[in-house]
Write a protein that binds this ligand. Structure first.
Ligand code: ZN
Length: 103
């Protein structure tokens, strides 16, 4: 068993196109400086300014953290994320064939 604090933070993109850092509520809170693990195996550092509404995954309370002023979230190289619309693991700036927007 792993503690909630051991679960890695990852990048996610929300339905509204915002970038977010997803992690446990133990790690993601306003003012937190966090490590975020990319799919490419890189570790980035982000400052969390706002958080969304917590939700549960496998009994662990998770939340999206946002940093509205941090452009690095949108400029990451090699980042992929699971698209809610087409269901694929996608790269930034590719067209979503299902949703008709840019990933
Ligand atoms: Zn898509």
């Amino acid at each position: 068993m792993s503690n909630a604090t051991d679960i890695r933070n990852t990048y996610r993109r929300t339905r509204t196109g915002k970038w977010a850092v997803m992690g446990t509520t133990a790690n993601i809170f306003p003012g937190a400086r966090v490590e975020v693990h990319t799919k490419a195996g890189k570790v980035k550092h982000e400052m969390i300014i706002e958080i969304g509404r917590p939700f549960e995954i496998d009994g662990i309370e998770m939340v999206y953290g946002y940093n509205p002023d941090n452009a690095s979230l949108a400029a990451l190289e090699g980042v992929t994320y699971p698209c809610d619309e087409c269901g694929h693991e996608v790269h930034l700036n590719t067209m979503c064939r299902v949703g008709g927007f840019r990933h």
